[in-house]
Design a protein around this ligand. Structure first.
Ligand SMILES: [Zn+2]
Ligand SMILES: [Zn+2]
Length: 334
């Protein structure tokens, strides 16, 4: 089968590899769509997760069941499914504590399991869900992005009527804003730098701080200077972290969703003085079932602005990395 392989840092190639062999509790999926994630671009630029190269990458995908293992009962060949990249081991202390998303020995598409940027991939049956006929494969590929955005909102632990600041107008920030819209919050502000990207978020939430001399003041003003109960870092920027922290009310919570490798300075005096909390959000604690009905939102299809065949992987990755004024999610379709 054809697949996109990360061969070394900066080096992608379209290669022929064997179709993955499945185990008894696994499904073989004929890929319908797979979307490029920020982390795929990060893998290409620096391999921060230390993936054993060469490797087929990609982890956000949906498709059709092409074969089932001997122990599979709930799925059948021909069925459309969405899949989740995280495969908890179910045995380590984190898994036994009910925190499979923080598993110490997890399998993950594109890291230590074959990636989804391929004509076929394999998934353990508990990490697949039936995809309704009316939901496209492109929207189905966003199942895990929706899960992780729900996790960021869960980690924000907002009270009813609470005020939320999301810093970063990429696909994840926009998705969080759309999901937050369905909740009984007092105010949601999505701060970003591009009108094109902010345009995918609900109208009343958009705040472009690009031309602003004082972004923190603009974010505070957008909330009538009431202070935010929580801020979510949805862009890999140290300045955005500092700005978000500065906008919190006493006992406010900063959710670190985007990856910021290395060390980041933190205003610990503000943390001390205002009794602030800083929490992480990575992957999701069993939110797959909660995410599935949300995939019916037609806005998800609009979020996937471009799609390419695997053969055009160079253009696709270039658009995902540099085309921020014209593209949101970029997909491979088959
Ligand atoms: Zn992803
Ligand atoms: Zn585990």
């Amino acid at each position: 089968m054809k697949a996109i392989q990360l061969q070394s840092i900066g080096q992608l190639a379209l290669v022929d590899v064997a179709i993955p062999a499945i185990q008894a509790d696994e499904l073989l999926i004929r890929t319908g769509a797979t979307t490029i994630c920020t982390s795929d671009v990060n893998d290409l630029r620096g391999n921060p997760f230390g993936i054993d190269l060469p490797a087929v990458i990609g982890h956000e995908a949906a498709g059709v069941v092409a074969a089932v293992g001997a122990a599979v009962q709930r799925f059948s060949v021909g069925q459309r499914v969405a899949t989740h990249p995280v495969h908890p081991c179910r045995n380590c202390p984190a898994c036994r504590a009910g925190l499979g998303h923080l598993c110490e020995r997890m399998g993950h598409f594109g890291v230590n399991l074959p990636g989804t940027m391929a004509e076929f991939y394999r998934v353990r049956q508990d990490r697949a869900r039936p995809l309704p006929d009316e939901v496209s494969f492109k929207a189905g590929a966003l199942a895990e992005p929706v899960c992780v955005c729900l996790e960021a909102l869960a980690q924000a632990r907002l009270p009813a009527g609470g005020r939320l600041l999301i810093v970063g107008d990429g696909p994840f920030g926009v998705l969080m804003a759309r999901l937050a819209q369905k909740r009984p919050l007092g105010r949601v502000v999505l701060a970003g730098q591009m009108d094109f990207r902010l345009g995918f978020a609900p109208a009343g939430m958009r705040l472009n701080v690009k031309e602003t001399a004082d972004p923190v003041e603009a974010m505070r003003r957008a909330n009538d200077h009431a202070g935010y109960d929580a801020a979510i870092l949805a862009v890999g920027s140290r300045q955005a972290f500092a700005d978000g922290l500065a906008c919190l009310k006493p006992r406010g919570r900063m959710v670190v969703f985007s990856a910021l490798p290395g060390e980041t300075p933190v205003d610990l005096f503000a943390v001390h003085l205002k009794e602030l909390e800083i929490v992480g959000a990575c992957s999701d604690k069993d939110l797959f079932d909660q995410a599935m009905p949300l995939l019916r939102d037609p806005a998800l299809d609009e979020l996937v602005t471009h799609h390419f065949p695997l053969t055009e992987y160079r253009q696709a990755f270039e658009l995902a990395e540099f085309g921020k004024q014209q593209a949101m999610k970029v997909a491979f379709t088959f």
